[in-house]
Design a protein around this ligand. Structure first.
Ligand code: XIL
Length: 357
């Protein structure tokens, strides 16, 4: 009798353990790796010393991108000096944890240092400064950063389909103003020379759906591909506002871009919610937010050329949305302020675990 009881207990324990292993929930990273996807997040190096931040990052993601520290104002603080210390910290963390690193960004109209924006340089001088920047920064991370946002947000917000007027294009520009996207082409060519293995992306906001802005980017990318300008991908930022995402249009847009032979990365996803003065969202909005994460991720996985999903930070403790909306919005990311998984996290994990259709 005793033996029978013992066998029964052992069998029950084994069953429980087996069952436990089967239902053990995977991390985002495990789910993504099983599906051959990259799941990434923007990172602020100052937070890497926080244990919960670092452990969540290493457990949940297989790709990182410096949120700010590879922008000009940080990495190129003086005309003759570069500061890679913070970028290197992120790359070192990624290497230690077997993660890939995206680079962001080489050419943008924001977060540029005063010496550059107020320097009154001629087009010839600016062209030299820009080429040296690309060569030095891409060269420093050659073999370490696998994909670069070479140019960020070059199309205008207010004039649909037109290139934005910036220091790089026409104020005074690098000497190619009036020549359409040829200043962008020049940047891609220089980045390719600095690291021929790196994947080169054009990254944009507000072009996730089929609209005049994405039409113009599509025309540029098609032209670049036809003329063998080295472009490998397009990044759609995916900062979702007002809980509205036209997923059918996002999917159609991903489809037409990947049909050009370029990859698509979702590069900066967050879904901002209205928050009270404590920063707390309405509980019912968390579910709507999860649905948007689920639908966007599903749209990505349904196109083989959509290879990465990245969120703009991962914990609501550190997100640009609060600052950007003067604290009226927030709670935009998959983890709450205490690193607890939100419904958006479960949604992303479910889609990644299910894999491509
Ligand atoms: C944001 C960062 O998150 C903030 O920390 C910074 O103060 C401003 O820039 N599109 C981009 C990102 O391509 O670089 C921006 O990042 C958000 C919008």
């Amino acid at each position: 009798m005793k033996w029978r009881a013992l066998i029964f207990v052992l069998a029950a324990a084994a069953l429980c353990l087996g069952f436990g292993a089967r239902v053990r929930e995977h991390s985002l990273r495990e789910a993504a790796e099983a599906s051959g996807m990259l799941i990434g997040t923007a990172v602020r190096p100052a937070q890497l010393s926080e244990a919960a931040y670092a452990s969540t990052l290493a457990r949940e993601f297989n790709m990182l991108e410096p949120e700010d520290v590879l922008k000009w104002e940080v990495v190129h603080p003086e005309p003759q000096s570069f500061d890679f210390s913070q970028g290197d910290q992120i790359v070192e963390f990624a290497t230690r944890h077997g993660m890939k690193v995206r680079g962001h960004t080489l050419v943008w109209h924001q977060q540029n240092p005063k010496w550059l924006t107020e320097g009154k340089y001629t087009s010839g001088e600016l062209a030299q400064i820009l080429e040296k920047h690309i060569k030095t920064v891409v060269g420093h991370y050659r073999g370490k950063i696998f994909a670069w946002d070479v140019v960020n947000e070059a199309f205008d917000e207010l004039q649909p389909g037109k290139l934005r007027s910036t220091i790089w294009r026409d104020r005074p520009g690098i000497g190619l103003a009036g020549n359409g996207s040829s200043y962008i082409e020049r940047c891609f060519r220089r980045a390719h020379e600095a690291d021929p293995q790196a994947l080169l992306f054009y990254n944009e906001a507000g072009a996730e759906v089929v609209n005049p802005k994405s039409d113009a980017i599509y025309a540029m990318v098609r032209d670049f591909r036809q003329r063998r300008v080295p472009i490998d991908g397009v990044g759609f930022q995916m900062h979702v506002a007002n809980l509205r995402a036209d997923v059918a249009s996002i999917s159609a847009n991903i489809k037409r871009f990947t049909a050009l032979g370029v990859q698509v990365h979702i590069t900066e996803m967050d879904v901002a919610l209205p928050v009270d003065p404590n920063g707390d969202p309405r509980p019912e909005d968390l579910q709507k937010q999860a649905d948007i994460y689920r639908e966007v991720a599903t749209a990505c996985l349904s196109h083989p050329g959509c290879t990465a999903i990245q969120t703009w930070g991962f914990t609501d403790k550190y997100s640009w949305i609060g600052w950007h909306s003067k604290k009226t919005e927030g709670a935009a990311l998959p983890f709450d302020r205490n690193y607890g998984a939100k419904p958006a996290y479960e949604a992303l994990r479910d889609v990644l675990a299910a894999g491509r259709p």
